[in-house]
Ligand binder design. Structure first.
Ligand SMILES: Nc1ncnc2c1ncn2[C@@H]1O[C@H](COP(=O)(O)OP(=O)(O)OP(=O)(O)O)[C@@H](O)[C@H]1O
Length: 284
């Protein structure tokens, strides 16, 4: 029997006043899946994420996490933001421990856990530093460790690498993949970068139009654990080019992209067969 998906988004619509940002979005995220969300600037990616984690109420439709309708942030949901979201007056240790402390977890329990996470994200030696004493990449490592501290079953990442330089971004993508591959959790990953969406994701949800709707959901079909080598594969290029064209074009769904879509969707089946993994089937 297939377990039900951790996140179910059903017919989600959000309007601000008379302006409908997105309409009738439906998709799922499995417990061992990263689903990337891409779309043009202003299409509602952040708004969608906020609705999913219960920080904002949708206008219509519903989100279910572990089969419970989301009306407020549920336990076990952690967010990682573009601007790191750290408390400037707290040390690295105190920032990472924050979620556990507010849950009433005693120091003897949280301390070894936080020490472990600090090592895991590569911040050993910076336990007592304040955010202003850290580089952007180090602040995001702390933000990530803080999210992981609560043992989340859902991770919502909103442009987590957007304010980092290219090199740090590359490095952190791989670090997050390494950590995630060791402990997969249902992850929604919003990004402007199509390469990043494909590198990180098991599937990519493409938003398009005004109001935005789901244009397509592409199965990436690259094996896990995912490494930098993934970007040098033919499959990566096919999916990346398809997603790029889908985001950049403003055609209706009945467009020349349909040929490319056939190749992407067909490619999943054949690449899964060739390399003998079942990503396409299992992770849906
Ligand atoms: N609280 C709000 N009140 C009114 N309008 C809002 C609010 N939040 C977002 N919007 C509007 O909703 C639309 C979508 O915004 P959102 O930030 O979700 O898009 P996005 O796809 O994440 O954008 P970007 O890629 O530029 O980060 C924008 O037009 C934005 O101005």
């Amino acid at each position: 029997m297939t377990a039900s998906p951790t996140i179910r988004v059903e017919g989600l619509t959000k309007a601000f006043g008379t302006r409908v940002v997105f309409r009738d979005l439906s998709f799922t995220v499995g417990g061992d899946e990263i689903v990337s969300i891409v779309g043009p600037s202003g299409c509602g990616k952040t708004t969608l994420l906020r609705c999913v984690v219960g920080l904002m109420a949708p206008t219509d439709g519903a989100v279910y996490i572990h089969d419970r309708r989301v009306t407020e942030p549920p336990p076990g949901v952690a967010m990682v933001f573009q601007n790191f979201g750290l408390f400037p007056w707290k040390t690295v240790t105190a920032n990472i421990a924050y979620g556990l402390v507010v849950q009433g977890v005693p120091a003897r329990v949280w301390r070894p856990k936080v020490e472990h996470l600090i090592k895991l994200v590569g911040l050993a030696g910076f336990e007592k530093a304040y955010p202003y004493q850290l580089s952007g990449g180090m602040q995001q490592r702390a933000g990530l460790a803080r999210a992981l501290a609560i043992d989340p079953t859902v991770l919502a990442m909103d442009e987590p690498f957007a304010s980092l330089d290219a090199q740090t971004r590359d490095l952190l993508q791989l670090e997050v993949l390494r950590i995630w591959d060791a402990h997969p959790v249902a992850t929604l990953f919003v990004t402007h970068s199509i390469d990043e969406a494909v590198l990180m994701g098991d599937r990519v949800v493409i938003l398009r139009g005004r109001p935005s709707q789901i244009f397509d959901i592409v199965t990436v079909g690259l094996p896990r654990p995912r490494t930098r080598e993934a970007v040098d594969t033919e499959r990566f290029r096919i999916v990346r080019d398809y997603v790029w064209n889908a985001v950049m074009q403003t055609d209706s769904p009945a467009s020349p992209l349909n040929d490319a879509a056939a190749s992407v969707h067909q490619g999943v089946a054949s690449s899964a067969r060739i390399v003998g993994h079942e990503t396409g089937q299992e992770r849906r």
